[in-house]
Design a protein around this ligand. Structure first.
Ligand SMILES: *Cc1c(COP(=O)(O)O)cnc(C)c1O
Length: 463
């Protein structure tokens, strides 16, 4: 076999060719060049010709086509997907979908000028998150609030401003990791605080905290283990006891509740600590996310005692983790919806509350649209989960369409890469489309995507 590597074309010659020039006009020359370099490197590294015909090196057109495909996947940007996984807060799919009026507010803030940081009456300088913070105070009864870029930043800022160079007591059962990069011990050391682990993984009592207290302790931190549960022989220390202990030692009690539920109840599944409850239990400073159970944009909410929030606001990290104007605009609208009793317009809240019967009707509609008599598609009972590191042991009764196919993994891949793109749950002998996280408007598109993917499956069978 001849060494095909030597005969590979150069990046420049491909860019200068007519199809290369045409492609550059749509995906951009820089991205195309990067794509070509990658494809050629790969062919060189493989050493052997990688053409579909098997013997010769791929043609120039094939090389270009591969590079264009790669480049256009990037240049087309984010692709909207239909979430048929039944995971409501799917971090990889963007967590909370925003309510319509929050989307419009974010777009308005982005497309023109606004009174982002100015008081229109006095003409004086204001703060961008002032309005959202006032709403948070009103909704939770807290003395003060501060909005930053996300909850990880909120915690980092809190620790840096209140406990730098000091010890922070945390239960061993709460040294959580969320989504790989967010680990309590790492955040702690990045903020310059010294983690002191208290108790054991499954049991931490107030006496364990008491025994660990020295005059070098600068704060007590409680972290809601939002993406797992320690079950069995367990004991955790109630927030009220921690609040009392911290007060006695004159240090702040920080509570990272994570999910951003402002008040409990309202038909939402129980089990998540709400901000208002944490305040009532005596937490001095509470941190949580904007795009989990609150159903808003990515944001970190810091809620609590005025004197502590003031310290955070003055800290240089506060500026480094400030929110963007689009986030602020969207958050204001979500908080307004919650404050005016219209939280049903918040998609996350609606999905959490929707009855199994309503989801069942949607599943039947999808099944009929796909073709009710298809023997491999059936309406089936299933369970949705909240996800996004919230309520790990809460399953919501739901309904879906189960599609039995010979190769569910390949079928799911076709759904993912199709148009519209669909994400589903993959089981050993079928895929499941959970209708709780699908809107009524998406049903026809979802049916169409399923047909296309099924056609591919039938072709595979014939091969
Ligand atoms: C999700 C979560 C975080 C991280 O929040 P982000 O907004 O994603 O930065 C921190 N702490 C807890 C307890 C969480 O659940």
């Amino acid at each position: 076999m001849p060494d095909a590597r030597r005969s590979l074309p150069s990046v420049d010659s491909l860019l200068r060719s007519d199809p290369g020039k045409r492609a550059a006009a749509t995906v951009g020359r820089a991205l195309l060049k990067r794509g070509l370099t990658a494809v050629l490197d790969e062919l060189r590294a493989a050493g052997t010709p990688a053409s579909s015909s098997g013997h010769e090196r791929p043609s120039d057109d094939e090389i270009l086509a591969r590079a264009i495909a790669g480049a256009s996947r990037i240049s087309s940007g984010l692709t909207p997907v239909i979430n048929a996984t039944g995971v409501i807060l799917h971090t990889n799919l963007g967590r909370a979908p925003l309510p319509e009026r929050a989307v419009r507010a974010a777009a308005r803030a982005a497309s023109g000028y606004s009174d982002l940081e100015v008081d229109r009456d006095s003409g004086r300088r204001g703060r961008r998150s002032e309005r959202a913070e006032a709403m948070l105070m009103a909704l939770t009864g807290a003395e003060d609030a501060l909005v930053v870029n996300n909850c990880a930043a909120a915690l980092m800022l809190s620790l840096a401003a209140l406990a730098k160079g000091k010890q922070v007591l945390v239960s061993r059962g709460e040294l959580i990791e969320i989504g790989g990069e967010f680990r309590i011990p790492d955040i702690m050391s990045a903020a310059g605080a010294k983690l002191v682990e208290v108790g054991t993984t499954n049991r931490t009592r107030i006496g364990d905290y008491r025994a660990s207290f020295t005059d070098r302790v600068g704060a007590v931190l409680k972290v809601h283990p939002s993406n797992y549960r320690v079950v069995g022989f367990t004991a955790s220390t109630p927030a009220t006891d921690l609040a009392r202990l911290a007060t006695r030692h004159g240090v702040p009690f920080l509570f990272d509740v994570g999910s951003g539920l402002l008040r409990s109840g309202h038909g939402l599944p129980p089990g998540e600590p709400a901000v208002a409850d944490a305040l009532a239990d005596g937490a001095d400073l509470i941190t949580c996310s904007g795009d989990k159970l609150l159903g808003g944009p990515q944001a970190g909410l810091i809620i609590g005692r005025a004197e502590l929030v003031a310290k955070l606001r003055r800290h240089p990290i506060a500026r480094a983790v400030r929110v963007d104007k689009m986030q602020v605009a969207a958050l204001e609208q979500v908080l307004t919806l919650i404050g005016t009793g219209h939280d049903d317009e918040v998609p996350v809240v609606r999905m959490l509350r929707e009855s199994a019967e309503t989801v069942h009707r949607r599943a039947r509609r999808l099944n009929e649209t796909i073709g009710g008599d298809l023997e491999h598609a059936h309406v089936h009972r299933c369970e949705s989960v909240v996800g996004g590191g919230s309520m790990p042991d809460t399953a919501l009764p739901s309904w879906g369409v189960r599609v039995s196919v010979p190769d569910p993994t390949a079928f799911a891949a076709r759904l993912r890469t199709g148009s519209p793109s669909v994400f589903v749950r993959v089981e050993p002998d079928h895929v499941l489309l959970d209708l709780r996280t699908v809107t009524d408007e998406q049903v026809p598109d979802l049916a169409r995507a399923t047909w296309y993917a099924l056609e591919g499956d039938e072709l595979d069978d014939e091969d």
